[in-house]
Design a protein around this ligand. Structure first.
Ligand SMILES: [Cu+2]
Length: 58
C-alpha cells in the first residue's frame, strides 16, 4: 500500500497451476480500503518478469 508503505498481513503464493496459463494465487488479504499495488515476480525456466497491478478498494 504505497500511501502507507506497508504490504499484506499475509505472504501470498502461487499454490497451483490451473492450466492454460492460469495459476491459483492464495493468501492475498487486503486489510484496509484504498490504493494497493499488487506486484508479481514471475519466473519460468531461465526467464523472469515483473508486473504491477494497481487496485483501488472502496
Ligand atoms: Cu494502508
Amino acid at each position: 500500500m504505497p500511501q502507507h508503505n506497508h504490504g499484506f498481513p499475509t505472504a501470498p503464493e502461487v499454490t497451483e497451476e490451473l492450466g492454460g496459463g492460469d495459476y491459483l494465487l492464495e493468501g492475498v488479504k487486503f486489510n484496509m480500503a484504498g490504493w494497493w499495488e499488487l506486484k508479481l515476480a514471475i519466473s519460468a525456466g531461465d526467464q523472469t518478469d515483473d508486473v504491477t497491478f494497481n487496485l483501488v478498494l472502496p
